[in-house]
Design a binder for this molecule. Structure first.
Ligand code: ADP
Length: 346
């Protein structure tokens, strides 16, 4: 292991690898790299190299492990023996078991497991080269691989860590910062900023913790953009190759269509099939979730009403401007006619 550097941040505010304190490392993503898997992703983040394969949803064996109302998610984080400088002993250890558990929990709130009772979704995350932040890198790759497998999720999950070196908070720790820094705070969150993983090593004051969380949020926002872009480019290519037959198009059940948004006496109603009410984790949570869903639907209706109002306003403004144009045009016509008559008179 290399020695502890004297300084982690130089007089120009740059880190040992030349990054700003709030800058993430370069990320490269390749989707669909394992043809036998249902979804897969190869991700490079700085010097981290991670391969994730997703299998499922498929029937879970032995059957006694099956859950009657939802699918089971299994997540295995593994470091290849050659992934670090000193070879590590192959097989699970305390660290990999812990990371597997917290990473699985990072996905449980977003994957719509209730759609697949009795099934299992297996996520295998293999660290081929490790350089700090492997759990966060694996979560970012797993999120893409799950999407590649076509598994319905409420949101992608993005993950990054903030640490503290030379008394300053830094985003996305490199190896030296991770090994010798004063703190390490890996976080994973959804598009809405809902935190699905939060761990912490070392010490931070309350103020530092709040700031660190904000930095993580911004890091995750940037990562989610990269993830979405990678998925967009993969599926844009695929769509060119797939032609959906007409008879299939009719049978595709879209949750909310334009026709479902019915306007009655100025009130807008949303009739969604397979509404989010079905998304229940447990009876205890069902009540609060229903309330949230009602709130969300109310918000949606309000939004539609606001949009309708805005549309009306736009129409009125447009009508006014048409009137003005007509008037102007009329004036112009008159002017032309007057000018014409003047010319003729001359
Ligand atoms: P993360 O990789 O999520 O940051 P840790 O903070 O536990 O997780 O590890 C930091 C880094 O230390 C890893 O990315 C890896 O480069 C290195 N590392 C972890 N475990 C070992 C090990 N058993 N042997 C050598 N290096 C390791």
């Amino acid at each position: 292991m290399s020695d502890k550097p004297e300084k982690f941040i130089d007089e120009n505010g740059l880190r040992l690898d030349g990054r700003q304190i709030n800058e993430i490392r370069q990320m490269k993503i390749k989707i669909g790299v394992i043809s036998r898997a249902d979804g897969s992703c190869y991700l490079e983040w700085g010097n981290n190299k991670i391969l994730v394969a997703v299998y499922g949803p498929r029937e879970l064996h032995p059957r006694r492990l099956q859950k009657a109302d939802s699918a089971l998610i299994r997540y295995r984080y593994n470091m290849a023996a050659f992934s670090v400088e000193d070879r590590i002993r192959p097989g699970p250890n305390r660290r990999s078991i812990e990371i597997s558990k917290v990473s699985r929990e990072a996905f449980e709130p977003v994957v719509m497991t209730h759609l697949y009772p009795g099934a299992v979704i297996d996520v295998f995350a293999e660290v081929l080269q490790a350089d700090a932040g492997t759990r966060t890198a694996a979560i970012n790759a797993a999120s893409i691989a799950l999407a590649d497998a076509g598994i319905p999720m409420k949101s992608l999950v993005s993950s990054c860590a903030v640490g503290k070196v030379d008394g300053q908070l830094v985003l996305d720790l490199n190896k030296a910062e991770d090994n010798y820094g004063d703190a390490d705070l890996p976080v994973a969150m959804t598009q809405d900023g809902e935190i699905t993983l939060l761990q912490m090593d070392g010490n931070l004051t309350q103020e530092e913790f709040k700031k660190a969380l904000e930095m993580c949020k911004e890091g995750c926002r940037q990562i989610m953009e990269i993830q979405k872009e990678a998925l967009r480019s993969k599926f844009a290519d695929d769509q060119l190759a797939i032609e959906i037959p007409d008879e299939m198009v009719e049978s595709i059940d879209i949750a909310v269509t334009l026709e479902d948004v019915v306007e009655e006496d100025g009130e807008t109603e949303v009739e969604a099939e397979g509404s989010a009410e079905e998304i229940t984790k447990s009876d205890a949570e069902a009540g609060s979730e229903d309330a949230e869903i009602e709130d969300a639907e109310d918000e949606y209706s309000e939004q539609n009403l606001e949009e309708a109002d805005a549309d009306e306003e736009i129409l009125e403004v447009e009508e006014e401007s048409v009137d003005l144009i007509d008037e102007d045009a009329g004036n112009e016509d008159e002017k032309v006619a007057t000018e014409g008559s003047e010319t003729r008179e001359q």
